[in-house]
Design a protein around this ligand. Structure first.
Ligand code: HAM
Length: 433
């Protein structure tokens, strides 16, 4: 037996039956993002390892444990991107996009890579819809970003998610919190896992990220960042909440939410569901005002979020299916002599904008009709040798189960007039059924 080569663990094929969901989500995301003024940017999947180490943070799980890092043939350390923010910031700096007044709001959609333990909703290759904004520190933008995220989720039919928000303070107020937290963790040290025992010295905030039960328990009664916010951060956070409240967007302040990446400051947020088990974050983001400067660029504030597409689609699919495009016309052929004419007719119909599927390899009319039925074709055009001689084809309306003869030379016109349309793309059943 020849051994099969299988896909890499945690990296999934997206099969044709699932693709309509992906297309619907992507199309809606583009529509909503563009409505809010975002423009698409596409960056490479591979970057220098250093980019992620310096932005996401050396002592985060992503950089410490989850990155696909490798040396290329010249010994240069590279990594498959675990997220998009660092790449978009890098591109902004590298192309001096600061000089372009139109370049402030960006989005990108594509695969990310993290070597995590795969489970439902958590994969090693996954996809994000990512939005980033540079150069605006107005809390109105923080609120707008979350409103946009909720707007998008509502449009794709996902309303039962919760928006959690927090503020992580800034370089002015976070150090005093860090010291407080360090002191607290010092007393809890015996209960912490080895990772957290190490992190409490270098990056104590990361202890909030730990998924180990005993670390979570050890954090009971831990100091809260919100109690340490400086005046500016407190005002910023209040304004964000009041803008959200003003639009009637429900949210919950979650003082424990620190996010898994080091670049955040001030506003952070996550969209949470209780329908995906352990992987409960559908999306998350926040402000990262120092990142651009730390990566050698201008000192511009930044904020953004990313949505996990697999998780989104898992939620949308629960109990529902989405039909892919069906051909408008199935071309049935009877007899060798009719094949060339059927092929020519199919091409003419496609050029007029109709989706046409052919009966490859012939077969009986019955088997061809069965195939047309399976494909959910709206019409079958039947062309036999006898019809060919008379210059006609039989057009069967599969829904109404009626049929009529149409001259071959008038087929394109027949279809362009059948429902008042002028041809156009075939209808795509995009509504969940
Ligand atoms: P993140 O929270 O690491 O943030 O990821 C955002 C979303 O990506 C998560 O909420 C989740 O839905 C999805 N996700 C993450 N890891 C996996 C995985 N292994 N499998 C499936 N889905 C996953 C960021 O990536 C930040 N760059 C977001 C951001 C943009 N912040 C500012 N701008």
């Amino acid at each position: 037996m020849v051994e099969r080569v299988q896909a890499v663990r945690g990296m999934n094929d997206i099969l044709p039956e699932a693709v309509p969901w992906w297309q619907m989500v992507e199309a809606t995301a583009r529509e909503v993002l563009e409505l809010y003024g975002y423009r698409e940017i596409r960056t490479p999947l591979v970057e220098k390892l250093e980019l992620f180490a310096r932005s996401i943070g050396e002592s985060t799980d992503i950089v410490e444990k989850e990155m696909y890092a490798f040396a290329d043939r010249k010994g240069q350390w590279l990594a498959l991107r675990p997220e998009a923010t660092a790449s978009v910031v890098r591109a902004f700096i590298e192309h001096n996009l600061q000089a372009d007044p139109l370049a402030r709001k960006f989005y990108t959609i594509g695969p990310m890579f993290r070597h995590e333990r795969p489970q439902k909703g958590r994969y090693r290759q996954f996809h994000q819809i990512d939005a980033e904004v540079f150069g605006i520190d107005d809390p109105l933008l923080d609120a707008e970003l979350m409103v946009m995220l909720c707007d998008f989720l509502e449009r794709i039919g996902l309303a039962d998610v919760a928006l959690h928000i927090n503020s992580l303070g800034c370089p002015a107020c976070r150090p005093s919190f860090r010291e407080d937290l360090k002191r607290f963790l010092h007393h809890r040290a015996p209960s912490l896992c080895p990772d957290c025992d190490r992190r409490r010295h270098v990056n104590p905030l990361r202890v909030f990220d730990c998924k180990v039960d005993r670390c979570r328990e050890a954090l009971t009664g831990a100091p809260q960042l919100l109690d340490h916010l400086c005046e500016d951060c407190a005002r910023h956070f209040e304004k964000v909440q009041s803008y959200l409240g003003g639009l009637g967007v429900p949210f919950m302040v979650d003082p424990r939410m620190v996010r898994g990446l080091d670049y955040y400051m001030r506003t952070t947020f996550e969209v949470i569901t209780d329908r995906l088990g352990a992987q409960n974050a559908v999306g998350g983001g926040g402000r990262y005002d120092g990142l651009m400067r730390d990566l050698g660029g201008p000192d511009l504030p930044g904020i953004g979020f990313a949505i996990g597409m697999e998780r989104l689609i898992l939620l949308l699919q629960q109990g529902r299916s989405l039909q892919g495009p069906a051909p408008e016309v199935f071309m049935a052929v009877l007899g060798e002599k009719a094949v060339s004419e059927a092929f020519r007719t199919a091409q003419a119909l496609r050029r007029s904008g109709l989706g046409v599927e052919m009966a490859y390899g012939g077969g009986s009319l019955k088997s061809q009709m069965r195939r047309a039925d399976k494909l959910a074709a709206a019409y079958v055009v039947i062309l036999g040798e006898e019809e060919l001689q008379r210059g006609v084809a039989v057009v069967r309306n599969m829904k109404e189960k009626s049929q009529k003869e149409v001259p071959l030379s008038g087929l394109v016109e027949f279809f362009s007039r059948r429902d008042g349309s002028s041809g156009g793309a075939p209808d795509r059943a995009q509504e969940p059924v």
